[in-house]
Design a protein around this ligand. Structure first.
Ligand code: HCA
Ligand code: CU
Length: 396
């Protein structure tokens, strides 16, 4: 049983229960744009199934226009009969939209650059021309019966008046969802909260947020987007994507688990997350970063004596998440100069011996002296504990 009780205040901080946003998992679209990603068909199918088992609500797939293989894979994944809805991502052209619908996906995510920078350097269209294109593509998609999302790339550097004009038209044309993309990771959490708040109070439509992590704000920005009214949040496994990527799935899950653990447990099979992240990391040739939320190697390790003492008596003192929810264990590090006698005694119990306080203090003191000279192997600590216990036995 979990030793984190909801009443402890360590989890479920939200007082009112609001529906969490749906996850649009973009490892198979944004993630393919990561420098180390070059997925084979089999690898894409594997990732799609793992994400579906985990419970994400949507899978976003690379545009079928990207390459012949991209098109075939998109068709194959759309035909798997997964629980997650499948989406593909296309430019705002009728030609792309037609092919997207032919792949059999449940929905199409249209994107077009809207900031002055992208209008100038990417496609050269004015805001009126963007609206004109939307007027061609959205009705076609709506009539095709797919779920339609219309997003402005680089929304955070686009004038709000331009965003409003574009989205008002998109909503009139019948889109199901609009998308705000912080394409260069420049958005501030409160600014995103305000923008999404304004859009969701002005327009009767679902709102998606896609945030890049260039300034380390991707999880905070996604969370503020949800607080502002976003109904859908984009993630990728480990955050992989262009440059240093987007909101990482595990970071998002950590954030919302703290907020509303019960709702997260109802939706997602959290115990599948560590293996999913390890597998995607190995497919793209990286390690899971040590500081990844939940799945990083040090995410649940405790070191200083003051911390370990408290964690041993009540883990919620220094953990806002329960590793057991994710099928993980915490680790109490003991063989170092910051150690404390409580941690030494707890290690003794794991080894099957009981040390009294004064013996445990002696061992802790010995470890500190050794560790001041050189790093101490965990086996050395165990030997010290066992010989201290033996000395007690002999003395009896
Ligand atoms: C891209 C850009 C995009 C699109 C996001 C969206 C971004 O690579 O096509 O569709 O909302 O960050 O703007 O990923
Ligand atoms: Cu992106």
């Amino acid at each position: 049983m979990s030793d984190h009780q909801p009443s402890s205040g360590a989890t479920s901080r939200g007082t009112t229960r609001r529906r969490l946003p749906a996850i649009i998992e973009s490892t198979l679209r944004e993630g393919e744009q990561f420098y180390g990603a070059d997925f084979t068909t089999q690898q894409k199918l594997r990732i799609a199934r793992l994400l579906d088992d985990f419970g994400v609500e949507y899978l976003e797939l690379t545009s079928p226009m990207a390459s012949p293989r991209s098109r075939e894979d998109c068709e194959t994944i759309a035909g798997l009969g997964l629980r997650a809805r499948t989406l593909t991502h296309t430019r705002c052209t009728l030609a792309d939209a037609r092919v997207a619908v032919e792949t059999g996906v449940d929905g199409v995510d249209i994107v077009i650059g809207a900031s002055p920078q992208l209008r100038r350097a990417s496609h050269g269209f004015s805001v009126d021309e963007i609206i004109g294109r939307a007027g061609e593509v959205i009705p076609f998609l709506v009539e095709s019966g797919v779920e339609v999302r219309f997003s402005t790339e680089d929304s955070m550097r686009t004038e709000i008046a331009d965003l409003l004009r574009i989205y008002e038209r998109a909503v009139d044309l019948g889109v199901h969802r609009i998308g705000i993309a912080d394409t260069v990771g420049v958005g501030r959490p409160r600014e995103i909260h305000a923008l999404i708040g304004r859009l969701s109070s002005t327009l009767d439509v679902d709102v998606e947020f896609h945030g890049h992590n260039d300034t380390g704000c991707a999880v905070a920005n996604a969370f503020c987007a949800w607080e502002g009214g976003a109904t859908h949040i984009d993630t990728s496994v480990l955050g992989i994507g262009e440059r240093n990527g987007i909101t990482p799935l595990a970071g998002w899950i950590a954030r919302v688990t703290v907020e509303d653990r019960a709702q997260v447990l109802e939706r997602y099979r959290l115990e599948l997350l560590p293996a999913l992240e390890r597998e995607v990391a190995s497919l793209v040739g990286i390690d899971v970063p040590f500081n990844a939320c939940i799945t990083g190697t040090s995410a649940f390790s405790h070191k200083a004596g003051i911390h370990t003492k408290a964690v041993l008596s009540d883990p919620t003192t220094y953990e806002c998440l329960d590793p057991a929810d994710f099928g993980l264990n915490r680790s109490i590090l003991t063989a170092h100069r910051l150690t404390g006698w409580n941690a030494v005694r707890a290690r003794g119990v794991e080894l099957g011996v009981e040390l009294c306080e004064s013996r445990a203090r002696e061992v802790a003191g010995a470890i500190k002296r050794l560790a001041d000279e050189h790093s101490v192997d965990a086996a050395v600590l165990d030997e010290l504990i066992l010989s201290a216990a033996q000395a007690v036995e002999v003395a009896r």
